[in-house]
Each structure stands twice: as C-alpha cells, then as structure tokens.
Design a protein. Sequence first.
Length: 263
Amino acid sequence: MELLRLLSSPRIMEVLFELSLKPRTKSELMERLNISMPHVTQILNKTMNLELLEKVDDRYCITEKGLIVLKTYDVVRNFNMFLEKFTIINDYCLEDIPPYLIERMHQLSEAKLIEKKEDTFRPHEEFVDAVIEARYIKGYTSIFFPEHVTLFSSVVDKKDSIELVVSRYVMKEILTNYREELKWGLSKPNIKFYVARKNYKISFIITDKIVMLFFYLKNGFFDYKREVLCYTDTCRDWGNSLYSYIVENAVIVRPEDVDSLKL
C-alpha cells in the first residue's frame, strides 16, 4: 500500500527520476527540483526506508528497486495517457491482439486518433503518404482496396524492403483480379508476401517513419472512419511485435506457389 501511495506522488517520482540520471546531494536536489529542505528530507527518508534509494557518502543513489518503481510509474502514466486519448477503445474488438501486447498498449500513449471526414471507403490519405515516403514497409491487412495494388506496384522498386501479410479473403481477391501483378511483385528480391492462417480483426502498416493501426468495431465492421497514427520508436516497437506475432502464424507465398495456391 505504501508503494501505491508513492506512485501517486509526482514529487517523489521526480526525485527518483532525477537520481536515475546520476547521484546527487540533498542540496543539488533542492536546487534542481525547487524543493524545500524539509520536503526533500521527508522524501529522501521515506524512499530510503523503502529501499528505493541509498546514500553513498553525501550523495543519494537510486537502487534497482527504485528503478523498477520508476518504470512502473512510467507505465501507469502512459496507460493513463493512452486511455484518456482513446475513449473509443471499448467499442473496438481487441480479441486478436495477444495478451502480452494488450499489456504493452501503454507504448501507444503518444499515438493520435484521427477521424476521416472524406470518402471513408477509399484508402486514407495518410496511408498513401506513408507508403510513398517509407524506406521499408511491413503490414497486415484483412481489408481489400483495389487502389492498394496500383500503389504498391508503383513504389516496389523504390523500397529497401516490403513485407506484407494478407488475410485469405484479401488473397482470394488478389488471385481473382490481380494474379499477374502478384507474380510480378513476388519476382522482386525486396518483397516478402504471406497469407495469414486466420482472419485477424485488425490492419496496420509499419514503416521507418510511422505506425498506422486500423481496428474493427465490436459489431464486426471495420472502422473505416478512424485511424491511429504514431511516430515514436516505442510505438514502432509495439507494431513490430504485433507484426512478428502475425507473420509467425502465416504462410509465405513464392512466385511458383501462385497458380497452385489453395485457400
């Protein structure tokens, strides 16, 4: 219970963070954080009693336990930021995101929820820009836009790598209408293409610049109106973990497989 009270104290967390950068004296903490002598003494005594800090000569140092508490505070704070932004989260279907990534959704705290006002049944402008500007692309989609075929065909020779996983539904659409384009794309050395073993209710793209997520609503419909955008390394780390999870449950498609592929 004492630890929970500490997590609700921004001042104590400021002290722990400051000492995570380097050991400091009491007077240095007072000056850097603008804290009075009685207040900083109270904080230091309390945190030392909980073994979050230790004193070496006249300097205070954070302990391993203190670093864990500081990390826990960051996670709680980021989860709070994420949930404040994404009040719509209860409307989304998250069942296809593995539990360990649900637990890490605080990594999306700096993402933005964008609501599309133009034609919602065409590829989002931000998506098109992301594909054009990217150096590399990874992604999964369970939604088929014919415009995507033209878009990716136009940039394939300009990218370091493109790795795409599609649902069986999307693959059937491609085989029916764009078989020759698929063979041409698969002949490129920088392309990897997979078919997922199940239909995941999510779509996303990860590039060297941006992460974009698209969700399904709990009523089973894809949310064409909204997208989640993020530009940070922590978001990209979360997105790469999601991609790894899906690609592990997918089958690679090679040029020689196209005509014999059974879905």
